[in-house]
Design a binder for this molecule. Structure first.
Ligand SMILES: Cc1ncc(COP(=O)(O)O)c(C=O)c1O
Ligand SMILES: N[C@@H](CCCC[NH3+])C(=O)O
Length: 424
């Protein structure tokens, strides 16, 4: 990670000292690097452009669920990035951030009629249909519209992959997409309707995938299906290859490079003559963000256990509690001394509010600042106010500039969202 580095003995996000930032904005706070977001988009763009023959004018559609802050989306929008969305709210965010409808894909296992109608009205690039029941509803909704929306059928290739069972989506029993046979039949049924325009197929088999083999196998399924559908006389012009490529959460972890991933897709799709889309979420955002937190106190027990109690908790960063996920923890100002094992915890009243057990860290004290690394994806978006803890602030850095892009709410603002029942 190049944009979170030590300068003059203090960890910086690009040109901004995290120590100074903690003074002005407080903690816990998510801090994002614009340069990292741009770099990640650039790497994917470059790789796609180098394989235009096989991939067409590939759309890189950022999975908005990974980080939906409007300024983050606007940073990507300026680069020409598209959006993969799963709700009306996410479509609205993408549009508000300047991503035009023609670069927005609408995915998701349960879209309401109202959401489908909204997506059609906004002229989204395509709607990825995930079930037979959804196709029926979409056809009914689209019947009232002037244009037949472009759709792709999301295939469940029975190839599940990912960093945790809870984030695997392509396995046979997972709720996402339809099996190959059913997808073929659905495509034919959609082709027969005047109200929708089937343009292609989509798949997304899981998240935090650190091996290209399952992705390659899934892409091959889409290739074979494309050829089979064409042999039946159907037009198939687009393949949406989903997201899912993992990132190195551990310092020394090796994950496939974006370039190798895109080159693999190009190899599989060589000569097929389709326009592709990719939906990276984590790959774009995870290493573009950190969660800045302050040590409240160190609880040293007489039985030898040592708890590092932070002012960030599971409500701010849920991934360790939910998936036993690992996030590297770094002091903002390196501390001298021999590393000691700490249980790193937050103040929430649950044992699950544990970020790490027996993590070796230098001797830290109350008041020290630390950051959770690789917290830019599925961090702030999954946060909540459990224990009436205000949502963490979010800050975007660009060189020496910084902007609070989501202020920490005041207690008055939090309570104002709860009008008292009239009879109380
Ligand atoms: C349809 C779809 N596309 C893209 C993504 C983004 O995944 P990731 O953040 O792993 O790239 C997801 C989430 O896993 C998804 O469900
Ligand atoms: N929320 C998950 C990723 C889910 C992917 C969404 N399709 C995580 O933090 O790892």
């Amino acid at each position: 990670m190049h944009h979170f580095d030590l300068k003059d003995g203090v960890l910086h996000a690009e040109g901004v000292s995290l120590e100074a930032l903690a003074e002005t904005v407080g903690t816990p706070t998510y801090v994002y690097s614009s340069a990292t977001l741009r770099r990640h988009y650039g790497l994917l763009r470059e790789a796609c452009d180098a394989h235009r023959d096989a991939l067409g004018e590939a759309l890189i559609a950022f999975a908005v669920k990974a980080n939906s802050n409007l300024s983050v989306l606007a940073t990507l929008a300026r680069l020409g990035c598209g959006a993969d969305t799963v709700s009306e709210g996410e479509i609205r965010r993408a549009l508000a951030a300047g991503i035009p409808g023609e670069r927005i894909i609408f995915s998701g296992v349960g879209k309401t009629d109202a959401e489908l109608a909204f997506a059609i009205d906004q002229g989204v690039r395509q709607i990825n249909v995930e079930s037979s029941a959804e196709l029926d509803r979409l056809i009914a909704v689209a019947a009232d519209k002037s244009a037949a929306p472009a759709i792709a059928i999301r295939v469940n290739p029975k190839i599940g992959a990912g960093g945790h069972a809870k984030i695997t989506t392509g396995g046979a029993g997972d709720k996402f997409g339809v099996p190959v046979e059913e997808a073929m039949a659905l495509y034919a049924r959609a082709s027969a309707s005047p109200h929708v325009t089937p343009v292609g197929l989509a798949c997304h088999i899981g998240s935090q995938i650190t091996d290209l083999a399952p992705l390659e196998a899934a892409f091959r399924v889409l290739r074979d299906m494309t050829e089979a559908l064409r042999a039946q006389g159907h037009s198939v012009t687009r393949l949406d290859l989903g997201g899912g490529l993992g990132v190195p959460y551990y310092g020394d972890a090796a994950t496939p490079s974006p370039a190798d991933y895109i080159a693999m897709a190009a190899r599989v799709l060589e000569g097929l003559n389709v326009e592709t889309a990719f939906e990276p979420g984590r790959l774009m955002a995870a290493n573009a963000g950190v969660l800045l937190s302050r040590v409240i106190q160190v609880n040293e027990r007489t039985d030898g256990r040592r708890f590092l109690v932070l002012d960030a908790a599971m409500n701010d960063l849920m991934r360790p509690a939910l998936y036993d996920a690992f996030h590297d923890l770094k002091p903002v100002r390196p501390v001298e001394g021999e590393a000691l094992p700490y249980d790193v915890v937050g103040p929430v009243c649950e044992t699950g509010d544990t970020f790490a057990r027996d993590r070796d860290l230098p001797p830290l004290q109350a008041g020290d600042l630390v950051v959770f690394m690789s917290a830019g994806a599925y961090g702030a978006v999954m946060s909540g106010e459990y224990n009436t803890r205000p949502l963490a602030a979010e800050v975007l850095v660009d060189g020496a500039r910084q902007a609070v892009i989501r202020p920490r709410p005041t207690y008055d603002e939090m309570f104002a969202r709860e009008p008292m029942a009239g009879w109380l």
